[in-house]
Design a protein around this ligand. Structure first.
Ligand SMILES: C[S@@+](CC[C@H](N)C(=O)[O-])C[C@H]1O[C@@H](n2cnc3c(N)ncnc32)[C@H](O)[C@@H]1O
Length: 206
């Protein structure tokens, strides 16, 4: 396992370096990889592992940087968990499939392609963690679709909470209307918004 961890971390370091250099030279924002910061990746790995998430959905795969962090955490469970990751850009998804395989975590990942809200409708529950890292403005739509499929104990993590709060306004508004969730914004990377629910009573539909 230690050797497998080293392989995945070496691939992560390579992706981060290549991604940052590609993004600096790429004028089209849509084509950039926009990988999450290392500190955010380390924290995501820690959180998913420590809270023993088993069925994770990631929205916004890009070339697979956060996908590898999440899959590394799922791999460490006694009965390994499963990650479904969604991306609309075919080139980025191809790069992610390749990177995830090179990091040797492909056994834990399923790749779906298309618009996140539409694809989310096809995913079966239960889901105990969602990582939102796509266009931000549609995160509330994906939450509405996935809401009925969430387990009572669930964790929602959203990147860019400090860098782009206005674009996440609808998402924050939806979550604020849900009393079962405890939320926190952490100054890690571009700002991670974390919401956790342990629903002891019946869960409400938004
Ligand atoms: C910030 S990047 C994700 C970075 C990735 N999580 C990582 O750490 O490497 C956002 C990605 O989400 C994809 N995306 C944005 N909006 C989307 C949508 N509505 N449906 C599917 N994919 C979307 C973009 O193509 C882009 O690759």
């Amino acid at each position: 396992m230690e050797q497998a961890k080293d392989v995945a971390r070496a691939i992560l370091a390579e992706i981060e370096k290549a991604g940052a250099s590609f993004d600096r030279a790429e004028p089209n924002h849509e084509q950039r990889f926009l990988n999450l910061d290392r500190a955010a990746g380390e924290f995501l790995f820690f959180l998913v592992r420590a809270t023993r998430r088993r069925r994770v959905v990631e929205i916004g795969t890009s070339n697979g940087c956060s996908t590898i962090w999440l899959a590394m955490a799922l791999r460490e469970l006694a009965a390994p968990g499963r990650l479904i990751t969604i991306e609309r850009n075919p080139q980025k998804q191809r790069a992610a499939v390749d990177n995830v395989r090179r990091a040797s975590v492909h056994d834990y990942v399923e790749f779906l392609r298309g618009d996140a809200t539409e694809v989310a409708r096809t995913i079966d529950g239960p889901i105990d963690c969602i990582f939102f890292d796509a266009d931000r403005v549609s995160a509330h739509l994906q939450l509405k679709v996935l809401w009925p499929k969430l387990s009572a104990d669930c964790l929602l993590v959203t990147d860019n909470a400090i860098s782009h709060p206005a674009e996440l306004e609808a998402y924050f508004g939806l979550l604020a209307a849900l009393p079962e969730f405890q939320t926190l914004v952490l100054p890690i990377g571009k700002g991670l918004h974390v919401a956790h629910r342990i629903a002891s009573r019946g869960a409400r539909t938004p």
